[in-house]
Design a protein around this ligand. Structure first.
Ligand SMILES: [Zn+2]
Length: 491
């Protein structure tokens, strides 16, 4: 959906925990406390609370301070040296932080491995921990030395994707490794742009301002300002991210096409679109923004939380946890826009999905924002989704009439949604007239996007949707047909 209503996480588990400051704090306490230092426990705690790049940076800072004053640390707390030696070895063997692909910490390795000599920073091929981390952070690639050669790869499509590289094992090769990866990244970007007729926003460009959760209403928004500290900027995608994009677009073509001839623009954003009262970025995965004016293209934003996801369905424990799934979901919104640009869904589709559509009385804007939706329950009532704002996280359902007016206990009209009859998510799961493939069914558009992401996934997930949710499948067929008609008229 539009940037004004960015998609909330499909599943809570899809989202990395926000960085906690406690990890290093705790380690520092252990170090200063001295007695009873348990390397295994400290590692476990540290890794459990890391799981993100900020945490990894903290680990590296610890390495750094240790390097700068090793004797002071070692003299006071011999066990600290073992901990840091282990951390370093895990990091080298498993990429920064020793985080397994599924996000869980791999502490087995540290416990099994022999104790490293403190300060031993000799790595084969002239590699350094800092370089290994830089390559991972910038390109999403793991680097090591194997069989007398540099070994570069990332995991995608359920296997290691090797990057061929033939350079002599020497620290002189390090700049060339970076050059090679930078060039490969540019080649991949160009190839995807050409193959699908899209553009990928150049790194460092202004891509709108991060909005305050307390002021999400469009009418209260500040003027867009690239110099604002909350400016969202595009960043260079990593190779696994580009793999996910290619994978998702291959499965969803031609729905990435637009009807006004302006290519869809994919923006890998450096921050989420919304922050809360404390100024913390919210864990949004991605969003779709239809063209705002005739000369505009549609935009697909991918936020940092989504970038932490496994690249493809085959890499994820559950398909909907992959970055490719998230991208397919957003492409689904583009398909919706192609098929019904004014946002008005046909009665047949609304009926299949068990929703009603009514005018957005607060903001009678143009395009999709001029409509709101409510879900029908088995006893014939209608409930709309409360949107998050400063005061509440949203998330519940409130009763409305067919025109969207909030209704109270006696079915009388009430002044606003906070006074209306409410239903929890759990109650709605039980009471809705129709059933939905995932828990993300705030609007029929989200149901369609979730269905679209499933039917464009693996053969099993397509079959699952077709047999278990035939009404969603039929609605998607209507959409596909409508899009085809629009495309054939434009041809
Ligand atoms: Zn969505």
């Amino acid at each position: 959906m539009a940037l004004t209503s960015p998609d909330t996480p499909v599943e809570a588990s899809n989202v990395a925990e926000p960085p906690t400051d406690s990890s290093l704090g705790r380690t520092d306490n252990s170090l200063t406390a001295g007695a009873g230092f348990d390397t295994g426990r400290a590692l476990r705690e540290l890794f459990t609370s890391v799981g993100n790049r900020d945490g990894l940076a903290q680990i590296n800072d610890t390495f750094k301070s240790f390097r700068e004053a090793p004797s002071a640390v070692m003299g006071a707390f011999p066990a600290a040296g073992d901990l840091l030696g282990d951390l370093q070895r895990v990091q080298l063997a498993h990429g920064p932080g020793g985080i397994r692909h599924d996000g869980s910490p791999d502490i087995q390795l540290a416990q099994r491995g022999e104790r490293g000599r403190v300060g031993d920073r000799q790595l084969p091929g002239g590699l350094t921990p800092a370089f290994v981390k830089e390559i991972k952070d910038t390109y999403g690639v793991d680097i090591s030395v194997r069989d007398g050669k540099y070994n570069l790869s990332f995991k995608a499509d359920g296997k290691a994707q090797a990057i061929p590289l033939d350079l002599p094992l020497s620290s002189d090769s390090l700049p060339k490794i970076k050059e090679n990866l930078a060039q490969l990244t540019q080649e991949r970007i160009k190839a995807i742009e050409t193959k699908f007729g899209i553009t990928i926003k150049h790194p460092g460009e202004f891509a709108g301002n991060q909005q305050d959760l307390c002021r999400v209403d469009k009418h209260e928004r500040p003027v867009e300002n690239p110099n604002d500290p909350n400016a969202i900027r595009s960043r260079q995608p990593s190779l696994p991210e580009l793999y996910a994009l290619d994978n998702a677009l291959s499965a969803t073509a031609p729905s990435q096409r637009t009807t006004n001839g302006k290519p869809l623009e994919v923006v890998f954003a450096d921050r989420a679109p919304l922050k809360d009262q404390k100024g913390e970025s919210q864990n949004h995965l991605a969003s779709y923004m239809p063209p705002e004016a005739a000369h505009d293209g549609a935009k697909l934003f991918i936020y940092p939380s989504a970038s932490k996801s496994p690249p493809t369905d085959k890499d994820a424990k559950r398909p909907e946890e992959s970055l490719a799934y998230t991208i397919r979901h957003e492409v689904g919104h583009n398909q919706q826009h192609n098929a019904f640009p004014d946002g008005k869904l046909p009665e047949s589709v609304l009926k299949e999905l068990g929703f009603i559509q009514f005018a957005n009385q607060r903001f009678p804007a143009h395009g999709e924002e001029q409509f709101k939706y409510a879900i029908e329950t088995r006893d014939g009532r209608f409930f709309a989704r409360a949107e998050p704002d400063c005061k509440s996280a949203g998330g519940n359902w409130y009763q409305v009439d067919r025109d969207g007016n909030p209704l109270g206990r006696g079915s009388e009209k009430v002044s606003d949604s906070s006074r209306a009859v409410k239903l929890s998510d759990e109650a709605m799961d039980r009471l809705s007239k129709r059933k939905y493939p995932t828990g993300y069914y705030d609007t029929p558009l989200e149901v369609l996007s979730e269905g679209f992401a499933a039917t464009t996934g693996t053969a099993q997930s397509k079959e699952f949707l077709r047999t278990r949710f035939p009404h969603v499948y039929r609605a998607l067929q209507t959409l596909e047909q409508a899009q085809n008609e629009v495309f054939s008229r434009k041809r």
